[in-house]
Structure formats: C-alpha cells, structure tokens
Design a protein around this ligand. Structure first.
Ligand code: SF4
Length: 344
C-alpha cells in the first residue's frame, strides 16, 4: 500500500478521477506554468526557513539581511514564464508584497525566542493504525517546543484570504501532523496548531482533542480503504465536475472537461465544422425557445384562471348557468366534492 499524505487524501475527496490521473495512472503532462501566488509563497517560505536556520544556531539575522535574501532568492528563481493574471500588477509589486509578509512577521516575532526549534521543513512519517498498514507522510514548516512544554506545529500561508477560526479548527492538515508527532516522540503533551497568515500579519491557533484526532484517523483510514478497494480501473474513479475544474491540469484528458477544453482552443472556422458543437448550439437554441413558451403558457393559464373566477362570480351574482360571448359560450356548473382530512 502506498504512503498517503494530506494532499493525496484531499485530492481523492475532491475528485476521484483527478486522484486516478495523478496517483494511479501517473499521467505525465507538460509542467504547467507556475502561478505568481505559488512563486511568491515559495520565496517567502525560503526566507523564513533561512531565518529560523540562523536562529537555531543562536544568530538573529538583521531585517535588512532578510531583504537581501528575498531579493537573491527572487532573482535566482524568477523566470518570465511565471504567470501573473492581474494585468495591472508587475513582478515587483509581488516582490514588495512578499517583503511585506516577511517584514511584518519579523517585527511581530523578533527576537524569535518564543520556542525551541525542533525541525524546519520537518518530514514526518507515521502509521494511522496500530498494525501500521496505513502510512502517512507530511512536512512541517517549523516544529518547535515552547518553554511551557507545549509543542507547536507552525505553517506559513501567503493566501489572499483569511480563513475563520472555525475553518482552521476543522482543517485536517496540521492535525495529521499532530498524530504524527505523537507517534514519533513519546513525551508530547499539549500541542498547538499554528497558521501564520502573513499577508494579514495574523496567526490562527487551534488545538484538537483526543476524540477529534481519533475521528480524523478513522476518517482517513476509511477514505484510504475506499481508494484501495477501487483498484486501478479508471471507471471506479468518478469525475466530480465543478468550478475547480478550471484549475485542473487533467482537463484535456478528463471526460468531464476534454471537449470543452478542445472547443475553447478551436479556431472559429473549425467550430462550424464540428457536428457535436452544432448539435449543442441547436439544443441550446431550442431549449431557450421551450423555456419562453413554457413561460408564455404559464401566463396564459393564469389569465384563464382569473377569467374563470370572474365568470363564476358573475354567474353567482346573476343566477346564470351559461354565459355567452360573440361566438362561444361558457357553461357554468356547480359540483360538490367531499375531502377528508389526511393523517396528520
Ligand atoms: S477536470 Fe474536473 S472532473 Fe476532471 S479530473 Fe479534473 S477536477 Fe476532476
């Protein structure tokens, strides 16, 4: 059985077919261009890792040296292939943003003596069960132990939105790491899960009860068992089409998106020759017409009902059983219907 990770489990939960392409078929696609948000996050992580490497050796680097480090890391890794969607923004805008993240963090935590560093980019591997059938792996940005004995699992985020406390209280990633460190070290008492949202100069701290960790563990085992039971048949891994498909690297081979993908890149002249496209266009046209007629029919029914009620009122008022128009007549009849109340 392979070793699982938080992202592997979440990939399956989000879309089983994507999981199949990535982890079972191991489909190789040309490397997608790096997005600026990912690039920025990696550079900020590089600098914070460097900062704490120095701190672990008893040296607190000056803030200016971190600025130099960021510029150096940025220049080393930058390529014009990095994608910036915002047309008004330049690479320098993002570099300034990266610096703001580091600078505000530096000022908040300087001199970085809140806890003893145990590991940076700490790899943890651990089983989820006693029989050690279900193995997990993960990487902790910074694992530390505070003076009061509390273990801290730190994670740096450069997201553009700030999640709520409730969202982080339900986030499984660092909780898996807690399960891991409790297996790897015997003296682990209280554990804090800490996310640093650097763009907001804000940290969210959460903790888990033993029951919550047990539940997380059994949910993960159930998901892994479900995955393993499906074998390696693509049909066992259904597609889960939704808004996130637009970011999926397998759109060009996935049955839920591949035609859309082909059509989007097809020249206008070829679109006209594609029978499936013509059929969908015609379908859409007829469907719109059908909806229009259904609306019209609804209006007509309502008008007829209003007229019926008006004619009944006239018939009652004038004692009529037939009311004549120019060419047609309407018979008015009264009938009785007995209805019994239903149970409940
Ligand atoms: S395109 Fe959508 S449905 Fe297809 S694999 Fe990707 S996420 Fe799943």
């Amino acid at each position: 059985m392979p070793t699982y990770s938080h992202s592997r489990i979440e990939c399956f939960r989000h879309c089983p077919r994507k999981y199949f392409y990535r982890y079972i078929a191991k489909v190789e696609l040309p490397e997608p261009p790096e997005q600026i948000a990912t690039f920025l996050g990696s550079r900020v992580h590089d600098v914070l890792e460097h900062l704490y490497e120095r701190v672990s050796k008893g040296i607190v680097p000056a803030v200016g040296s971190l600025r130099e480090r960021l510029d150096q890391e940025w220049a080393t890794h930058w390529t014009p292939a990095v994608v910036i969607h915002d047309r008004d923004a330049t690479p320098d805008d993002y570099r300034s943003l990266a610096w703001r993240c580091i600078d505000s963090y530096y000022r908040r935590f300087h001199p970085f003596d809140q806890a003893t560093i145990i590991g940076l980019e700490q790899m943890i591997t651990f089983p989820l069960d006693e029989a050690e059938r279900f193995k997990m792996v993960g990487y902790i940005d910074r694992l530390a132990k505070a003076a009061d004995g509390c273990w801290q699992i730190h994670d740096y985020k450069t997201n553009s939105s700030l999640p709520t406390q409730a969202e982080k209280d339900a986030d499984p990633q660092l909780a898996y790491y807690e399960i891991g460190i409790r297996r790897m070290w015997k003296d682990v008492g209280r554990v804090e899960l800490i996310w640093h949202f650097l763009r907001f100069d804000h940290s969210i701290v959460s903790s888990r009860t033993t029951d919550q960790l047990d539940q997380l563990r059994s949910d993960a085992i159930a998901t892994i068992t479900d995955i393993e039971r499906r074998g390696d048949d693509a049909e066992q891994f259904r597609t889960s089409e939704g808004p996130l498909c637009s970011y999926c690297e397998y759109q060009q081979i996935c049955p839920a998106r591949k035609h859309l993908y082909q059509v989007r890149v097809m020249p206008e002249s070829d679109l006209a020759k594609e029978p499936a496209v013509a059929l969908v266009d015609r379908w859409a046209e007829l469907d719109a017409k059908r909806k229009l007629l259904q609306n019209e029919q609804g209006d007509i029914e309502k008008q007829i009902e209003d007229i019926r009620q008006a004619l009944v009122a006239i018939a009652k008022r004038d004692g009529l059983e037939l009311i004549a128009g120019r060419e047609k007549e309407v018979a008015i009849t009264a009938s009785e219907r007995v209805l019994f109340p239903r149970k409940g």
